[in-house]
Design a protein around this ligand. Sequence first.
Ligand SMILES: C[S@@+](CC[C@H](N)C(=O)[O-])C[C@H]1O[C@@H](n2cnc3c(N)ncnc32)[C@H](O)[C@@H]1O
Length: 212
Amino acid sequence: MPDYLVDEAVEDYAFISTQKEPELLQELIDTTNAQMGWPQKLSGRLVGRTLKLLSSLVQPTRALEIGMFTGYSALSIAEGMPDHGRLLCCETNPRAIDMAKSFFAKSEHGHKIDVVFGRALDTLKTIDYELDFTFIDADKRSYLEYYEEVKKRTRSGGLIILDNVLWSGKVLQPESELDDILVETNHRIANDPDVENVFLTVRDGLNVVRKR
Ligand SMILES: C[S@@+](CC[C@H](N)C(=O)[O-])C[C@H]1O[C@@H](n2cnc3c(N)ncnc32)[C@H](O)[C@@H]1O
């Protein structure tokens, strides 16, 4: 398996040809790198600016994030949302939640974000309103369930975006149960008559799904 999926020079070119995230998000990256284990969980500029752009287009008033970590993607989504929009973020790591909240407090978009500590599937099942926009980026074992539970709650025209759908290229030669779950999720989406989708090879793969 290659160390990187897209040619490194191409990835770098895409990075420098994409507008910078706001300074606060650059500070969030630096703090995450300095203080958190596995800082590479943070999605980064290409995914973050894609989320911000899509969120600006959809103008979601009800959004959901499954797997918030230190809040980089949450703030990117919130940046594109209207002032009265609400983004509910699910996370199980208390240290990540503390760091995320400290950045939400400094951001002009932080007031749009609510954080729930706990397993995302439990939180998801309490949602009794229609979603306009969801970003799925937590444990891969539950990806199919996340997709189905989110789809049920998504309005017609709403977006569901799944990260890491290339799974470092392992979807091409699946070997483990987790690899199979990612392959099955991508297959299910590509054949789901309820949605239209495009599989983008941005970073580790973004599946952008729109409910019909
Ligand atoms: C890849 S990171 C998220 C990165 C973040 N979206 C970003 O772009 O910066 C995945 C996060 O999901 C969280 N997580 C894992 N299993 C979870 C679960 N069952 N419910 C909620 N969060 C979970 C982890 O603690 C981790 O912080």
